[in-house]
Design a protein around this ligand. Structure first.
Ligand code: AMP
Length: 189
């Protein structure tokens, strides 16, 4: 399978659909949010730094995230394709990803954009706060994450459009429908 970049607002389902894609196509999965939460859990220095940003709903510095991404990527077996979930989140991160992959003679593959209305996103995130107890799923932090998303991450959609690899899937109220549309597309690759 080619590489896949899964892209969307907080709560758009990046993690959920990534898990389904991994199950179907057996590829690698890098969730930068999961990497950071594991560091927090392990009580490392990186975890302490990450916590301060995550609690405020802010992004960690690009240079730090780019190093983490490259290390995580290089630790995965080669040749099976990787789904990037939660990275890139800024234009410098996207440019660094493209360069890192090119240096390894790999490419970005395809970008899957999940478009979900903001009412649904908010409901999902508040629900996740109850179900999973994620500390950054409280109303104040969620608002900050949306603001960061609109200011820093959303412009990347255009960037991927210009790269010619953006494929957009819009939420129509049904997870299975969304999944079957995504699979129908990925099956053609
Ligand atoms: P996520 O689980 O993808 O929603 O990520 C949770 C939090 O981790 C984000 O709100 C950021 O604080 C941080 N984070 C995850 N990925 C990145 C990234 N690519 N760049 C900067 N910060 C990140």
């Amino acid at each position: 399978m080619k590489n896949i970049i899964i892209f969307g607002a907080p709560g758009s389902g990046k993690g959920t659909y990534s898990d389904e894609i991994v199950k179907r196509y057996g590829m690698g999965h890098i969730s930068t949010g999961d990497v950071l939460r594991a560091q927090i859990q392990a009580g490392t220095e990186l975890g302490k730094t990450a916590q301060a940003y995550i609690d405020k709903g802010q992004l960690l510095p690009d240079s730090l995230m780019i190093d983490i991404l490259a290390d995580t990527y290089d630790a995965l077996p080669e040749g099976q394709g990787v789904i990037f979930d939660g990275f890139p989140r800024t234009i410098p991160q996207a440019e660094a990803l493209k360069k890192m992959l090119a240096e390894r003679k790999h490419d970005m593959g395809v970008m899957i954009e999940l478009v979900v209305d903001e009412d649904t996103l908010l409901k999902r995130l508040l629900n996740r706060a109850i179900e999973q107890g994620r500390a950054d799923d409280n109303e104040e932090t969620i608002k900050a994450r949306f603001a960061v998303y609109h200011a820093q991450t959303e412009p990347l959609s255009e960037w991927f459009g210009k790269e010619g690899i953006r494929h957009t899937f819009t939420w129509k109220g049904d997870k299975e429908l969304m999944l079957s549309e995504i699979f129908a597309f990925l099956d053609t690759l």
